[in-house]
Design a protein. Structure first.
Length: 276
């Protein structure tokens, strides 16, 4: 298997239209001679399989929904890349994002690098730029508007920010060092609030110098809660799972304390000047 510079991995749960919009935006940006994409299909559906085969994109089929932790079924692919971007299928990426990710990783390491959100409603997340004119990533006019405004710098910030939200890029060696996103298949909390904080905690514990950066000038258009809305209908108990106690037992730190120091909900969300 040819070693890739950047591998973009994602899970998809019977969302063929979202998956197509997401991957089409990525394919406009990647040099597939040196970069790659791989997908885990939770409860694999035929439409997604056919699309991925048509694009010659490798994928793993699961008979059931394993949630976001299923990303680690891509570990054999991660072994063959330098950088791994853990993404979701409910995103459309700004053109030029991959080169900015790599440059930031090279400049600021040890670090993770994430992109800024663009959503169509207000959020407490400081990484979110609100654009109420956008409708859905499935809406062609909204995608075109996002790409145009992003290219014009409409969503840019003055500084990079603190944050580790998806999509999150790390070096292969760091991803493997902490046992992947699942932390060596730790299934104690698969979904719900706090799941996305455990992986950054493991990175920080492995290297106290590690920083979490959200780029000021590269963004993605987010179809907010697309998967969570479906999960709430099918498994409301799992969707509403609150992992604060689980996080604190495992880390000896309150979840809110970790978020306030290191996430894009931080009280001090512009990162130190040396990272700008």
């Amino acid at each position: 298997m040819h070693k890739k510079r950047l591998l973009i991995g994602m899970c998809s749960w019977d969302n063929p239209e979202l998956l197509k919009a997401c991957i089409d935006s990525i394919l406009h940006d990647l040099d597939l001679n040196k970069d790659g994409i791989a997908v885990v299909l939770n409860e694999a559906d035929n439409q997604s399989i056919e699309y991925l085969r048509s694009k010659k994109i490798p994928f793993v089929c699961l008979p059931e929904n394993r949630g976001v932790l299923a990303i680690d079924y891509l570990l054999p692919f991660v072994q063959n890349c330098e950088y791994f971007l853990n993404s979701n299928d409910d995103m459309v990426f700004q053109e030029g994002f991959s080169e900015k990710l790599i440059k930031a990783m090279e400049k600021y390491y040890p670090c993770s690098v994430s992109l800024g959100f663009v959503e169509n409603f207000p959020s407490a997340n400081h990484a979110v730029s609100v654009d109420s004119e956008l409708k859905s990533i499935l809406d062609k006019a909204s995608r075109s508007s996002f790409h145009r405004k992003a290219a014009e710098g409409k969503y840019d910030r003055s500084h990079h920010m603190v944050g580790y939200q998806h999509p999150i890029c790390v070096k292969r060696k760091d991803y493997l060092k902490v046992g992947g996103y699942s932390g060596n298949w730790d299934m104690d909390f698969q979904s719900g609030w706090g799941r996305d904080d455990m992986f950054p905690f493991l990175l920080k514990r492995s290297n106290k110098e590690f920083v979490f950066i959200t780029l000021k000038d590269s963004h993605f258009f987010h179809q907010s809660s697309a998967t969570m809305k479906k999960l709430k209908k099918l498994n409301p108990e799992l969707a509403s799972q609150d992992n604060q106690d689980t996080f604190e037992v495992k880390t000896k730190m309150p979840l809110l304390q970790f978020k306030q120091h290191f996430s894009s909900f931080s009280l001090h969300y512009y990162i130190d000047e040396k990272y700008n």
